[in-house]
Design a protein around this ligand. Structure first.
Ligand code: HEC
Length: 249
């Protein structure tokens, strides 16, 4: 990546970070006259601010799939793993870490004639991701199919995420499935870290490394290692779940 696109990317990330932050720290259920001094949209506190932002300005329009927040994390986890299609290994010249690299493998608007989608759907030993990694689920394949059929654009809106919801089955496990299990599943998970079910995940909650890794705390390996951190809202959901004792609910 050249310096200019690197700069553009960090500027974009900063904007995303800010909008994501606003979206996730604004409680849509608070009335207009609440004056929370910790509310970034209400810096003065106590002023009866009536301009509180109640919706995420960067929320995905109904039905729109976010390339940056949904598709790329899935591909980075499932395909850009070490030894496969990351910059260091680039098997068969295929790297799947950025929009441009992914875009070059798809036919916008036509999933069934897109190489990227076809390799995910084919059966047998040629399927991607290959064994021992878990195959993409039908839901994950549909996400990619729909994104291609929507025009394969570099969308970076925020998928619906409410930090007030943090149930294990409904909220936490889907995050891990989409952003982590590409590397942390199968018979030889990366770093020997298996994150496929509650009991395994709970072990990394208890030793502090799950939060340490996703919050990029010093002393832990930042996770996911490529493709940027989880959104603030997702990190918030996981943090609240951990704080609540990480129940298997
Ligand atoms: C592209 C592959 C990949 C993805 C995606 C990935 N990891 Fe990892 N993870 C690794 C590797 C490799 C290690 C071993 C440490 C290292 O070499 O960085 C690791 C280590 C870890 C550790 C131990 C960290 C430590 O410092 O002790 C945890 C916990 C972890 N990952 C959680 C996650 C979570 C949660 C996600 C999803 C949000 C995730 N990982 C996504 C590859 C990945």
């Amino acid at each position: 990546m050249n310096t200019r696109s690197r700069f553009a990317l960090s500027a974009m990330t900063a904007v995303l970070f800010l909008t994501g932050y606003m979206a996730c720290t604004t409680d849509p259920y608070l009335g207009d006259n609440t004056s929370d001094p910790t509310d970034p949209n209400n810096p003065g506190g106590g002023g009866g601010d009536t301009t509180t932002v109640t919706t995420d300005p960067n929320a995905c329009p109904e039905g729109t799939i976010s390339f940056q927040k949904e598709v790329l994390p899935l591909l980075v986890s499932g395909c850009a793993v070490s030894g496969c299609h990351n910059a260091a290994s680039h098997k068969e010249g295929v790297i799947l870490e950025t929009y441009a690299q992914v875009k070059s493998r798809v036919k916008a608007g036509n999933a069934t004639s897109s190489k990227l989608y076809r390799v995910l759907s084919q059966g047998g030993g040629d399927r991607m991701p290959p064994p021992p990694y878990d195959a993409f689920t039908a839901e994950q394949k549909d996400l990619i199919k729909n994104w291609i059929n929507q025009g394969a654009e570099n969308t970076d809106c925020n998928p619906a995420c409410n930090p007030a919801n943090f149930g294990f089955a409904a909220d936490i496990l889907p995050i891990i499935k989409n952003s982590c299990n590409g590397c942390h599943s199968g018979t030889s998970p990366q770093g020997s870290v298996n994150l496929t079910d509650y009991n395994h995940i709970k072990g990394y909650v208890d030793n502090g490394s799950l939060l340490g890794a996703i919050q990029r705390q010093a002393g832990f390996n930042p996770m996911p290692p490529t493709g940027g951190p989880l959104s603030d809202c997702r990190i918030e959901q996981i943090r609240k779940w951990v704080d609540a004792g990480a129940p298997n609910n």
